[in-house]
Design a binder for this molecule. Sequence first.
Ligand code: PLP
Length: 415
Amino acid sequence: MAVTERRAGSIDVESVRADFPILGRTPHGKKLVYLDSANTSQKPRQVIDTVSEYYREHNANLYRAVYELAEEATAMFETARLKLAAFIGAPDPTTVVFNRGTTESINLVANGWGRRFLKEGDEVLLTDMEHHSNIVPWQLVANATGAVLRYLPLTEEGSLDLTNLESLITERTKVLAVTGQSNVLGTLPPLKELASAAHAVGAVVVVDGAQLVPHNPVDVVDLGIDFLTISGHKMLGPTASGGLYGRRELLDAMDPFLGGGEMIMEVFPDHSTYKEPPHKFEAGTMNIAQEIGLAAAIDYLESLGMDAVREHEKQLTAYAIGRLEDAGAVVHGPKDVEVRGGAVSFWYRDIHPHDLAQVLDQEGVCVRASHHCAQILMRHLGVPATTRASFYVYNTTEDVDALVDALARAEAVFA
Ligand code: PLP
């Protein structure tokens, strides 16, 4: 395929690909076709080099010492916080808490806010397409507080069914916790509409941003989000990077989640006083190199432009859905790329996704085959698992073609 055809959106995919050393790998002697970015993204050399340089030149623990290295490490870490805050439209960096990502962030909100404010009979509204990390922490807190979990249903197509929204969002609703973009179907729920319905009854809006933030321009104030989770490893950053945005009044009012060094003001035998947010939620030695690497990932994404990232993925997703359906695959989720992102789950012929993924692997094609930590959604779809191809800035239509060619090979194997 000609280089010009490999450009999608306004991203120069050729030069992006040159930044990702791992794309030069040849698993099983085949060109690597990485279609598992919804699971974790690959990292550009700018991120790898930043982490390496941090360890070579600046490594020290934060805040604790008055020497040059520690001051440099602290400045780099706090600059990363400023960058992440600006990236998601947070009004002020003190509203951004660093941690290992979405799972830890939802546990923080469920424990720090939920255990403090939820009472018996209060309702937490989730949806049928949530990742387990936006279900299980709420179940644990509901068990402890007597709160009740309710679920927004899905349409046949895999969008949220909002026809009975008024009966589900009521005075009893204290939390609406919803994914910003489904990791299985790609569905983009109407966050603004949901947030205003939740705010109308005084509920707090928690958005699982694991798949939203890497792939879309996000402004927490414009969307009306009270808590947003960020998974750095899915947005070109290191594993165990990311964090939580929280509206400052909420962060002030809630309890810490982890206790320990650095989050305290004073410790007495029977109680302690805590620092102001975000430090109140950052106990112990932090993931310093990871968050500094995440700042480099944010620089990288901003150099491409998040509108261009979204446009690139819309084009690839439309192309992939068309090619997969032509090849006889059943594609789950909405087909309109205006309301979905680039995680494309499908069922191919009668081949179990695990068997299919193994054959694809032999062709160098990396996809995920599983319930994708979304068993409630799998039951809705009536399947035990799906095969999922997911796209990012380094993927091309050639990658989609390689996937479809590999499917044909799988069909020959299982015929
Ligand atoms: N939520 C969604 C929608 C996800 O796709 C994932 C990861 O796959 C998670 C939560 C968990 O995120 P993390 O790995 O940052 O804990």
